[in-house]
Design a protein around this ligand. Structure first.
Ligand SMILES: *Cc1c(COP(=O)(O)O)cnc(C)c1O
Length: 350
């Protein structure tokens, strides 16, 4: 395997540091897409005048392959990643990659590097499809050459520790996304724009950032790379609440799957705007009993503490809550093939 930094087997794989032996790729020119290629994992050689390095036409995806007890390796809802990749490309004026080509490149990599799909508990093969503008010019217009790549990273748990509750920092003045912006595209620039806030979160002892809406700085949106959920316990019953999708919230596949699983478990679900005040006051009064973030990399991550300039509040007793644990367990069981795939989410790799 190729590594970018020293990661000894004894310290575990961590996340995104070790890569399998191959990559798959397709190039695009105005003539269209070339056929998928499998090559050894290699460094790219790019002119310093390559467009992506200047103007940032770069999009990506993230999905996982899981080994199942029947010997098959299965992907979790990969066609949704393929479709979202098309929407991201459209927003960034990049060429649309057919869903079948996306799926073929992902499957080809997984089957080529099948022996490197880890089967230790909590591990999987994280797949990272990406597309960059490779035309060499400093002209400011959509590029006329692109490279699509899929790389694979055998990965352990995203956060250190088994299943910790994290502390989050609320970004009150710097939003992640703006109405009409690129918040619902999975583009590299969204992450670059969030790095400064991520650094201030770390300076405040927090693991992740929660972003508020750009207009009023009152409504919860999502984390830097995960969607956000609250569990409310009211006299009328228990409700799972998440902010509604918009052009400032990434349409998470884990988010959609959690909403389906929650309904299966008989939880009432609400997609509606939630203010920071509701989160804080509800946690203090005991009506908001749990919160968690979710995404492909970290699956379901409970939030134990929330910090902002005004101080800190604790959710529940600050440890992973009952529903967070249950939803995480259910989702992981389907992904690992230990529970029936009742929604037809798993796709075998051929
Ligand atoms: C990728 C991403 C998510 C999570 O999406 P999944 O499909 O569940 O992995 C959430 N928010 C942002 C900003 C993201 O980039």
């Amino acid at each position: 395997m190729s590594t970018t930094s020293a990661t000894s087997p004894s310290t575990g794989l961590g996340f995104g540091r070790v890569f399998t032996d191959h990559l798959t790729s397709m190039s695009w020119t105005p003539g269209g897409w070339e056929r998928p290629q499998v090559r050894r994992f290699h460094n790219l050689s790019l002119s310093p005048a390559t467009m992506v390095l200047h103007y940032g036409q770069a999009i990506f995806e993230g999905l996982k392959a899981y080994p199942h007890a029947d010997g098959e390796i299965r992907l979790f809802r990969p066609e949704l990643n393929a479709r979202r990749f098309q929407l991201s490309a459209e927003r960034m004026a990049m060429p649309e990659l057919p869903v079948d080509d996306f799926l073929e490149c992902v499957s080809l990599l997984v089957s080529t590097d099948r022996a490197q799909v880890p089967d230790r508990p909590g591990h999987s093969l994280y797949l990272r499809p990406l597309m960059i503008a490779t035309e060499v010019t400093l002209g400011t217009r959509p590029a006329e050459e692109y490279l699509f790549l899929v790389i694979g990273s055998p990965s352990g748990p995203y956060f250190a520790g088994d299943f910790p509750a994290i502390t989050v920092w609320v970004s009150e003045d710097l939003p992640r996304a703006h109405p009409g912006g690129t918040g619902n595209a999975k583009c590299a620039g969204n992450y670059a724009a969030g790095m400064a806030v991520q650094r201030s979160a770390a300076a405040h002892g927090a693991d992740q950032v929660v972003f508020l809406d750009a207009r009023e700085h009152r409504y919860l949106e999502e984390l830097g790379g995960m969607n956000l959920f609250l569990v409310r316990d009211d006299p009328g019953g228990t409700t799972l609440v998440t902010p509604p999708l918009s052009d400032t919230i990434l349409h998470g596949i884990t988010r959609a799957s959690i909403l389906t699983l929650a309904a299966d478990l008989g939880l009432r679900v609400e997609e509606r705007p939630v203010t920071l005040a509701e989160w804080r006051d509800g946690s203090r009064k005991g009506s908001v009993v749990e919160s968690f973030a979710c995404g492909t990399a970290a699956v379901v991550t409970p939030i134990g503490r929330v910090r902002d300039a005004a101080g800190e509040f604790v959710i529940g007793d600050g440890t992973p809550g009952r529903w967070s644990t249950r939803l995480r367990t259910e989702l992981l069981a389907i992904q690992k093939g230990t529970a029936p795939d009742r929604h037809g989410w798993m796709r075998p790799v051929r």
